[in-house]
Design a protein around this ligand. Structure first.
Ligand SMILES: N[C@@H](CCC(=O)N[C@@H](CS)C(=O)NCC(=O)O)C(=O)O
Length: 98
């Protein structure tokens, strides 16, 4: 049944055009300043990492080492006063879940 549905599926041309334009925009995007401050094992971090990867955005990932209390470093707390991960930042603007 699923195979029949997939075979008969006709993508909406308007939606296909939007998807094509979006992928061109992503290709044209200059390397960004997007940074992800995260921990490898953190599910919260993984959720944001997946979203960035899904959007194919260029980014740098920085590990926040909790064993060295890097999350309590004043420079990190300036970006995320909660002292948790993840935090994303771009061009000196930071974003985290509250
Ligand atoms: N609501 C936040 C929660 C963030 C959060 O709890 N992060 C955890 C890792 S999954 C953390 O940093 N815990 C360390 C701490 O709170 O000291 C989100 O979903 O991003």
């Amino acid at each position: 049944m699923a195979a029949i549905i997939l075979r008969d599926f006709q993508p909406d041309p308007a939606l296909s055009a939007i998807a094509e334009k979006r992928s061109q925009d992503v290709e044209k995007r200059t390397p960004s300043n997007l940074k992800l401050y995260a921990l490898a094992w953190s599910i919260c971090s993984q959720r944001v990492r997946l979203a960035i990867e899904e959007k194919q955005l260029p980014y740098d990932e920085h590990t926040v080492d909790f064993t060295k209390a890097e999350n309590l470093d004043p420079r990190y707390l300036e970006m995320n006063p909660r002292g948790d991960v993840p935090t994303i930042s771009e061009y000196d603007q930071s974003l985290f879940d509250t």
